[in-house]
Write a protein that binds this ligand. Structure first.
Ligand code: PEP
Ligand code: MG
Length: 927
C-alpha cells in the first residue's frame, strides 16, 4: 500500500481566522452566550443566554462591537460584516419561514443598540423595519387590522427619518398634529387607517424634502442604513455625556441587535412591559414592574402613557403572569443578581426581549446583597462588590424635616428615587444649568417627562419631578443611577412647559417658586421645607460594612475644618482628620475682619496685632476639633490662602471709589455696610479707607494668585503667622490633654517645593511647640510633615523626607500644576476636552493615574527610601473617589482623607480594593 509521507517543510497558508462579526440566536440555540458582554454587549449577551436556556425569545442576530469600532475608525464596515449579516438574515428568514419585508407574511425586525454597560435610552432604536408600501398591506391583511399596520408603518418612517436620516422630530410631529386637528381627533388612537395612510404620504414628502430622496423601500437597504445609524449613535452627545458621568470608556462601541418583531399593540390580547425581580428603589423582595396592554415598548419606557402595576397582569392573563414569574425567577437564580427585564405579549403568547442586572438605589443594593447572602445565592465576599461605593451616599441623603412646618401635599407621584430635595422650580434643562449657577442655587427640574436630552439639567438639579411616566421611565432610571431624588408620574400636576408653569389643586406655580420633594414616598410638597441629615447607622448598612471592613487595610480620614464637620465625619467612621484647612476657620463673621486686617497689614507690628486677636479664636477651634477626634490623629495645615479669596475685588473697589462722589446718601450707607470689615464706620470714612484699601489691594494684586503668595511662601515671608498658628495648636493640645482628651497633632506645611522651605517652616513649628510644652510643663507627641502638591516636591521627595515626618498628597494642586490647568478656570477647557475625548475624565475628580499618579507613586517610593516608615496619605478631592482610592491602595498609601460625606464611600472603596487583591476578583472599578 502506498504510503504518503509529509514533506519536510510544508507551506502553511497564513490566512488569519476570519473574525466572527455576527452571532445568531434562535430555535433554542445561540452562537454566543451570557459571558460575551465585550463582544455582544449586555443586551446581546442576555438574548444569547436566554435563548440557550430555552426561554421564549424572538430569534435574531447580534452584530458585535468590533464592527462598531471599525465603523468609528473608518466610517464604514467591511464586506465581511455585510456578508455575515446577510447570511444571518437568510438564516433568520429560514427559521421564521418569512422574508424580510416581502410576501404575504413579511418578516419585520427591530434594530437596537446594546453596549457592554447599559446606557438606558442614550442610543437609538428602530422598530418595524421591513415595512414598505407593499408589506404594510400584507401586514394589514395578516393581522386583519389595517389601522395597526399603517400605524406601524408611519412609526417606522418617523423613527427612521429621525434616527437614520437626521430629520428633526418636529417635522413629523407637525404633520401628525395637523392631521389630528383636521380629523378632530383628540388622541393618537382616534386616527383611523385611512387617516394614517394620509399621514404616511405626508411623512414620505417630509423625507423627500429633507433628504432629496425617497424613503427607502428596499428592506435590505433599510437594514444596512439602520445598522450604521445605531453605530453612529454611540457617539451622539447624550451617549458621550452619559459615558463621561458613568466612567465608561469611549472606545468600547455598541453592538447592534436585529431581532424578529413581536407586537404588543395587536389589540387587547397583546401588551408589553418592563419589570424587576426585586424592588429597585427599596430592595424589597417583591415582583416589581409595569405594563400596558395594546402598546409598543416605547410607550412604557418613554412615559407617554402611565402604565399599570405588573401584579394587575395576574388578573388579566394569569397564565402569562405565572409564566413570566417563573421565567424571571429562573433568570435571577441563573445570574445570581436582581434582573431588569422587558417582555411583550403577542396575542396571549409571552416573549422575553431583554434581561440584565438591574440598576438600583444604594439602599436597595445593600438590602439585596444581604438578602442574597441569606438566601445562599451569593457569598459575603461577593456581597461586598454588589454595592458601588458611591451609592452609599443614599444612606446619607437628607430627609424632609416635617415637624417644624405645616405640610401641604400638592400631589403624590411615584417614589422613583429616594432622598429629599428642596429647590426652586425650573422647566428646562438649560434653565436648570443657568439657575443652579454651578451648584450655588438649589433647583428642581419639573418636566412632563424627561428625555435623554435633559441629562445636563438633571445633573445639576437637586431633584426631578415629572407628571408622566412610571418607575422605569427615563427620569426614574437616570436619577436612581445618579443617587438623586426623583418623583415621577405625579399625574395630578399639569406641566405647561410653554407657559413655564405648573398647575395643581387649582394653584399655579411659576419658575422660581419653591417646592419640596420626598423621593421616598413620592410626595410633592408646597414651599421650602427644611431637611434632616440622614443617619448612617442603618443596621443593613452596618452589616454590609461589617463584612467589608475586615478586608480594609488603608485608613480613612476626613477633611474637616470645624468641630461640627469633624463630629459628623466621626459618625461616618473617619479615623482621624487628614486635612484641617486653617484658613477656612477664619470665614466666620467674627474672625474675618481680623484675618483681613492681618493680610492688609503692611508692617509687622500691625500684622502681629491682628494675629494676637486671631490666636484665641484659632485655639478654641483647634480644641474643638481635637475634642471631636479624641484619640485619633488630626492633621492641621498652616495657612494656605490664595490671598484674593479674602480681599475685595480690585475692579469693584475701583468702581466704588470712582462713583462715590455721585452716590446719594442711601447708596453711601450701602457702601458703609459693605466695607465695615475694613474699618469703615461712617460715610465720612469712605474716601480715606477705600483709597488706602485700593492702594494695598494693588500692591497685593497677583496675576495668578493660585501660584502666588500662598502656602509655605506666606509663612516664610511672614514667620509670625506660622508662629501664631503653632502656638494656637499646641496651647489647644495642652488644654485638651489636661481635660483627658488624647491628642495626636500632625502639623502640615503646604505648597512645599524644596527642602529648605520645609526646614524653615518645620523649625518654627518645632521651636514654638517646644516653647509651649515647656511653659506648660508637659509633653505631647506630634509630627511635622508636608503636603506634596507640586511636581518639584515629588521629584525631590527623598530630600524633603529628611525633614518631613509624613507626606500628604494635595492632588488638587498637584493636578493643577502637573497639567498646568488652573483649578478655577479649567471648566471652559474641560467641556471641549471631554466632549472630544482628549481627556477621558475630569482629572480633578478622578486621579490621572498615568501622569499625576506616577508622581504620587514616585514621591512615595523616594520618600520612603529616606524614611522607611514614612506615613503617606492623600487629602485632595480624589481621596473620596473610588477609582482614585483603589489607586492609592495599590500605591501603598497609609490613608486617604476626604470630605465627611464621602468617608463611607472611601471606606467601602478601600475595602473593595484590598478584597479584590486578596480574593483575586475583578473589583470592576475601572470600566
Ligand atoms: C490639594 O491641593 O489637593 C489640597 C488638598 O489643598 P487645597 O485644595 O486646599 O489647595
Ligand atoms: Mg493645595
Amino acid at each position: 500500500m502506498a504510503t504518503q509521507t509529509l514533506p519536510e517543510t510544508m507551506e502553511v497558508s497564513e490566512s488569519k481566522p476570519a473574525t466572527k462579526y455576527v452571532y445568531f440566536f434562535g430555535g433554542g440555540k445561540a452562537d454566543g452566550n451570557g459571558k460575551m458582554k465585550d463582544e455582544l454587549g449586555g443586551k446581546g449577551a442576555g438574548l444569547a443566554e436566554m435563548t440557550n436556556a430555552g426561554l421564549p425569545v424572538p430569534p435574531g442576530f447580534t452584530i458585535q462591537t468590533d464592527a462598531c469600532r471599525e465603523y468609528m475608525r473608518t466610517g464604514g464596515v467591511s464586506h465581511e460584516v455585510d456578508q455575515q449579516m446577510e447570511d444571518a438574515l437568510a438564516r433568520l428568514e429560514k427559521l421564521q419561514g418569512q422574508k424580510l419585508g416581502k410576501g404575504d407574511n413579511p418578516l419585520l425586525v427591530s434594530v437596537r443598540s446594546g453596549a457592554k454597560f447599559s446606557m438606558p435610552g442614550m442610543m437609538d432604536t428602530i422598530l418595524n423595519l421591513g415595512l414598505n408600501d407593499q408589506s404594510v398591506e400584507a401586514l394589514a391583511r395578516l393581522s386583519n387590522n389595517p389601522r395597526f399596520a399603517n400605524d406601524s408603518y408611519r412609526r417606522l418612517i418617523q423613527m427612521f427619518g429621525n434616527v437614520v436620516l437626521d430629520i428633526e422630530k418636529s417635522a413629523f410631529d407637525e404633520v401628525f398634529d395637523a392631521k389630528k386637528k383636521q380629523k378632530k381627533a383628540r388622541l393618537d388612537t382616534d386616527l383611523d387607517a385611512k387617516a394614517l395612510k394620509e399621514v404616511i404620504e405626508e411623512y414620505k414628502k417630509v423625507v423627500k424634502k429633507h433628504t432629496r430622496r425617497d424613503f427607502p423601500q428596499d428592506p435590505h437597504e433599510q437594514l444596512i442604513m439602520a445598522r450604521d445609524a445605531v453605530f453612529r449613535s454611540w457617539n451622539n452627545d447624550r451617549a458621550k455625556h452619559y459615558r463621561r458621568i458613568n466612567n465608561i470608556s469611549d472606545d468600547l462601541g455598541t453592538a447592534v441587535n436585529v431581532q424578529a418583531m413581536v407586537f404588543g399593540n395587536l389589540g387587547e390580547t397583546s401588551g408589553t412591559g418592563v419589570g424587576f425581580t426585586r424592588n429597585p428603589a427599596t430592595g424589597a423582595k417583591e415582583f416589581y414592574g409595569e405594563f400596558l396592554m395594546n402598546a409598543q415598548g416605547e410607550d412604557v419606557v418613554a412615559g407617554i402613557r402611565t402604565p399599570v402595576h405588573i401584579l394587575e397582569l395576574q388578573k388579566i392573563m394569569p397564565d402569562v403572569y405565572n409564566q413570566l414569574r417563573e421565567i424571571t425567577t429562573r433568570l435571577e437564580k441563573h445570574y445570581r443578581d436582581m434582573q431588569d427585564f422587558e417582555f411583550t405579549i403577542q396575542d396571549r403568547k409571552l416573549y422575553m426581549l431583554q434581561t440584565r442586572n438591574g440598576k438600583r438605589t444604594g439602599r436597595a443594593a445593600v438590602r439585596i446583597a444581604i438578602q442574597m447572602v441569606e438566601e445562599g445565592l451569593i457569598t459575603k465576599e461577593e456581597a461586598i462588590f454588589r454595592v458601588e461605593p458611591n451609592q452609599l451616599y443614599d444612606f446619607l441623603v437628607p430627609r424632609l424635616d416635617e415637624k417644624k412646618s405645616k405640610i401641604e401635599v400638592l400631589a403624590t407621584g411615584l417614589p422613583a428615587s429616594p432622598g429629599a430635595a428642596v429647590g426652586q422650580i425650573v422647566f428646562t434643562a438649560d434653565e436648570a444649568v443657568a439657575k443652579a449657577n454651578g451648584g450655588k442655587n438649589p433647583v428642581i427640574l419639573v418636566r412632563g417627562e424627561t428625555t435623554p436630552e435633559d441629562i445636563h439639567g438633571m445633573e445639576v438639579a437637586k431633584g426631578i419631578l415629572t407628571s408622566r411616566g412610571g418607575m422605569t421611565s427615563h427620569a426614574a432610571v437616570v436619577t436612581r443611577g445618579m443617587g438623586k431624588c426623583c418623583v415621577a408620574g405625579a399625574g395630578d400636576i399639569v406641566v405647561d412647559e410653554k407657559k413655564r408653569e405648573m398647575r395643581v389643586k387649582g394653584q399655579t406655580f411659576k419658575e422660581g417658586d419653591w417646592i419640596s420633594l420626598d423621593g421616598t414616598t413620592g410626595r410633592v410638597i408646597k414651599g421650602k421645607l427644611g431637611t434632616l441629615d440622614a443617619s448612617p447607622d442603618d443596621p443593613e448598612l452596618q452589616k454590609l460594612m461589617g463584612w467589608s471592613e475586615p478586608f480594609r487595610t488603608m485608613k480613612v480620614r476626613a477633611n474637616a475644618d470645624i468641630p461640627r464637620d469633624a463630629i459628623q465625619a466621626r459618625t461616618f467612621g473617619a479615623e482621624g482628620i487628614g486635612l484641617c484647612r486653617t484658613e477656612h476657620m477664619f470665614f466666620g463673621e467674627k474672625k474675618i475682619p481680623h484675618m483681613r486686617a492681618m493680610i492688609l497689614a503692611d508692617n509687622e507690628k500691625d500684622r502681629r496685632a491682628a494675629l494676637k486677636k486671631l490666636l484665641p479664636m484659632q485655639r478654641d477651634d483647634f480644641a474643638g476639633v481635637f475634642k471631636a477626634m479624641d484619640g485619633l490623629p488630626v492633621t492641621i495645615r498652616t495657612l494656605d490662602p490664595p490671598l484674593h479669596e479674602f480681599l475685595p475685588r480690585r475692579e469693584e473697589l475701583t468702581v466704588d471709589l470712582a462713583l462715590l462722589p455721585s452716590y446719594d446718601s442711601k447708596q453711601k450707607k450701602g457702601l458703609v455696610a459693605k466695607y465695615k470689615d475694613y474699618g469703615v464706620k461712617a460715610v465720612g470714612d469712605l474716601k480715606r479707607v477705600l483709597s488706602g484699601l485700593l492702594a494695598r489691594v494693588e500692591q497685593l494684586h497677583e496675576f495668578n494668585p493660585m501660584l502666588g503668595l500662598r502656602g509655605c511662601r506666606l509663612g516664610i515671608t511672614y514667620p509670625e503667622i506660622t508662629e501664631m498658628q503653632a502656638r494656637a495648636i499646641f496651647e489647644a493640645a495642652v488644654d485638651c490633654t489636661k481635660k483627658g482628651i488624647k491628642v495626636h497633632p500632625e502639623v502640615m506645611i503646604p505648597l512645599v517645593a524644596t527642602l529648605k522651605e520645609m526646614t524653615n517652616q518645620a523649625a518654627i513649628v518645632r521651636r514654638v511647640a517646644e516653647e509651649v510644652l515647656k511653659e506648660k510643663g508637659t509633653r505631647i507627641d506630634y509630627l511635622v510633615g508636608t503636603m506634596i502638591e507640586l511636581p518639584r516636591a515629588a521629584l525631590v521627595a527623598d530630600e524633603i523626607a529628611k525633614e518631613a515626618e509624613f507626606f500628604s498628597f494635595g492632588t488638587n494642586d498637584l493636578t493643577q500644576t502637573t497639567f498646568g490647568f488652573s483649578r478655577d478656570d479649567v471648566a471652559k477647557i474641560l467641556t471641549t476636552y471631554l466632549a472630544d475625548g482628549i481627556l477621558k475624565q475630569d482629572p480633578f475628580a478622578v486621579l490621572d493615574r498615568e501622569g499625576v499618579g506616577q508622581l504620587v507613586k514616585m514621591a512615595t517610593e523616594r520618600g520612603r527610601k529616606t524614611r522607611g516608615k514614612l506615613k503617606v496619605g492623600i487629602c485632595g478631592e480624589h481621596g473620596g473617589e473610588p477609582s482614585s482610592v483603589e489607586f492609592c491602595y495599590q500605591t501603598g498609601l497609609d490613608y486617604v482623607s476626604c470630605s465627611p460625606f464621602r468617608v463611607l464611600t472611601a471606606r467601602l472603596a478601600a475595602a473593595q480594593a484590598a478584597a479584590s487583591e486578596k480574593l483575586k476578583v475583578e473589583g470592576g472599578r475601572t470600566k
